[in-house]
Design a protein around this ligand. Structure first.
Ligand code: MG
Length: 350
């Protein structure tokens, strides 16, 4: 088993082990005084893993209820949160009880937000089952839901008491879901770890995915521990995301997954950085080659003007200046502050 310790305000551990789903109850018993647990999961994940989690919790003496919502980002709204509150209240969940988030990024965000707000905050355990959630969204304590006006506009920082990662769950994912997570995996190499990026170039990430997950969560852990509330360094995790979010929005949040859009965003920013002389020549070509290898797109038909316009609505680009994450080289990133109205020119090929 691999363990990554996270020393945020409320410290916790990330456990990476094949078969750890069946140990969920043991971890809950060890880490909390919970007598009840509500497992929150979606309609895709429930038939695959729900019973393993339920059995494990019940074997350790917990009373358990399950809440299953329709899989997909369209469920990530306050209406679903209201339904979750109803289940929690009707089941008589108290401050010492625990929520289990079993699923991908949407599940972790919603279950985490319910845990952050119900009774002003109860414990929760992240059991991420998608590559994207395992390498990225389950770590860092960000929780929340979408509003009709935009993604993740309502939320809270709330750290889990543990993250249980079972790499065996990746075996049931389609290639598109794996690619979605690989967008973030490649991002970690780009912003912090040239050696890791080179190892992705030199081999097949899926053949040593346990190590890949450990490296990614360790990088995120380091960044998040130094900047829990996103005042500075944590912004580096947004490499490729300003344009990525804009592209997702231009696609109406369908057809283009988060990881795919981030891949395009990373390529566009690396190219722009090379043109303006801040990024080492050849960086974009290396990112393109790696993204293509994992089935990720590297361009989009949207024009720079359309992307810049869409980026203006992003909560991270509010105001007259925009904090853009750019690379000096593979493995070295920094924040470039740009007047928002210069974004279009910055990303336009001349
Ligand atoms: Mg992301």
């Amino acid at each position: 088993m691999k363990t990554v310790h996270v020393s945020t305000g409320k410290p916790y551990d990330i456990y990476i082990e094949r078969g750890i789903l069946d140990l969920c109850g043991a971890y809950v018993k060890k880490l909390s005084k919970a007598e009840k647990a509500v497992v929150i999961t979606d309609s895709n994940v429930a038939p695959l893993y729900k019973w393993r989690i339920l059995n494990s919790l019940e074997q350790h003496g917990l009373s358990v209820k399950t809440f299953v919502y329709p899989a997909g980002e369209q469920s990530k709204h306050l209406g679903t949160i209201s339904e979750i509150y109803k289940v929690l209240a009707d089941f008589g969940m108290t401050r010492k009880d625990v929520i289990i988030a079993l699923g991908g990024g949407v599940c972790g965000d919603m279950a985490g937000f319910a845990a952050a707000t119900y009774l002003r905050g109860i414990d929760f355990v992240q059991v991420p089952t998608s590559l994207l959630a395992q390498v990225d969204s389950s770590v860092g304590g960000k929780t929340g839901v979408d509003l009709p006006q935009g993604k993740n506009l309502v939320g809270a920082f709330h750290q889990p008491i543990a993250v249980l990662i079972d790499p065996d769950t990746l075996g049931t994912l389609s290639d598109a879901f794996i690619a979605d997570g690989m967008g973030e995996v490649i991002k970690y190499g780009c912003i912090k770890d040239a050696g890791f990026f080179a190892s992705l170039e030199g081999g097949d990430a899926l053949e040593h995915i346990d190590d890949v997950i450990e490296t990614c969560v360790s990088i995120k852990r380091d960044v998040v521990s130094r900047d829990e509330k996103e005042a500075g360094e944590r912004m580096l995790l947004n490499f490729g995301h300003t344009l990525g979010h804009a592209i997702e929005k231009l696609h109406g949040f369908s057809g283009m997954t988060h990881g795919m859009a981030v891949a395009v965003g990373m390529v566009l920013i690396a190219r722009a950085g090379e043109r303006s002389g801040v990024t080492q020549a050849g960086t974009a070509d290396r990112i393109i080659a790696l993204c293509e290898r994992y089935g990720l797109p590297v361009s989009d038909p949207a024009t720079p003007a359309e992307m810049a316009q869409a980026a203006k609505g992003d909560k991270k680009t509010a105001g007259s200046k925009i904090n853009l994450v750019v690379l000096k080289a593979i493995g070295e990133s920094f924040i470039l502050q740009l007047p928002t109205d210069e974004l279009e020119a910055f990303i336009s090929p001349e």
